[in-house]
Design a protein around this ligand. Structure first.
Ligand code: ZN
Ligand code: FE
Length: 239
């Protein structure tokens, strides 16, 4: 399996997971169809599945056109079936989704939206976290409580440390400034920020991160209790 990062819209990332044994692929959160179509056609890929982490437009915007063009199957959380356009397969929390050689565990992570899920490809040690966990940040709480978001992040925190984290947006630089402001003595964070700056200067994505790096550097994962987490989330909303 090979991952291709496809920048979409302003600062979104869509991802292709390509099974190199047969050139078939899943796309995670196609914000828009055009960049995906271009890549798929140029590389002769069969786009079999569209996986959505949540219903926001910048994550599902390409669904319809890709389905029409490639006959792909759309997959998302069952409780979001009314707001994920043309959904075909409904997933449940903790389910193992299997198709061809693709195998992922579904982790329900409410907070950003009530139906947000992560796709954990445990064999390849990858997790697609949408707008729940960002590199050095976490999503805004739109449809849930701080407690739900805190619990959801704790689920992600418990994944194996070497798991690669692919998130929905390139927010890392701005997130790093927030972390640096409130976590001044963190040497791991300082190192990571140097690394991020290099990547940004060279026009490269800062994803993937790893669970280990996020545990070491992401202030939202480093807070020990719900109260300080909520306070940080409020501060970040006005940062
Ligand atoms: Zn979102
Ligand atoms: Fe988003």
């Amino acid at each position: 399996m090979r991952i291709e990062i496809i920048p979409c819209l302003q600062d979104n990332y869509s991802y292709l997971i390509i099974d190199e044994s047969n050139n078939s692929a899943c796309v995670i959160d196609p914000s828009e169809a055009y960049p995906i179509i271009t890549f798929v056609e140029n590389n002769d890929i069969k786009l079999k599945y569209i996986l959505n982490t949540h219903h926001h437009f910048d994550h599902i915007g390409g669904n319809k056109e890709l389905k029409r063009k490639f006959g792909s199957t759309i997959i998302g959380f069952k409780e979001d079936s009314h707001r994920i356009p043309e959904i075909d397969i409904l997933l449940e929390d903790n389910q193992i989704w299997k198709a061809q050689n693709f195998i992922a565990k579904i982790i329900h992570v409410p907070g950003h939206t009530s139906g947000h899920i992560c796709f954990h490809f445990f064999n390849e040690k990858l997790v697609f976290t949408g707008d729940t966990l960002f590199s050095l940040g976490c999503g805004k709480i739109f449809e849930g409580t701080s407690k739900q978001m805190f619990d959801s992040l704790n689920k992600i925190k418990s994944l194996p440390e070497q798991t690669k984290v692919y998130c929905g947006h390139e927010y890392t630089l701005n997130n790093s400034k927030f972390c640096a402001k409130y976590d001044t003595e963190n040497l791991n964070l300082k190192k990571k920020i140097e690394n991020i700056n290099k990547k940004i200067t060279n026009g490269l994505p800062t994803v993937p991160s790893t669970i280990k790096e996020e545990l070491d550097c992401n202030i939202f994962l480093r807070t020990k209790d719900l109260k300080s987490f909520s306070k940080l989330r409020d501060l970040k909303d006005n940062f």
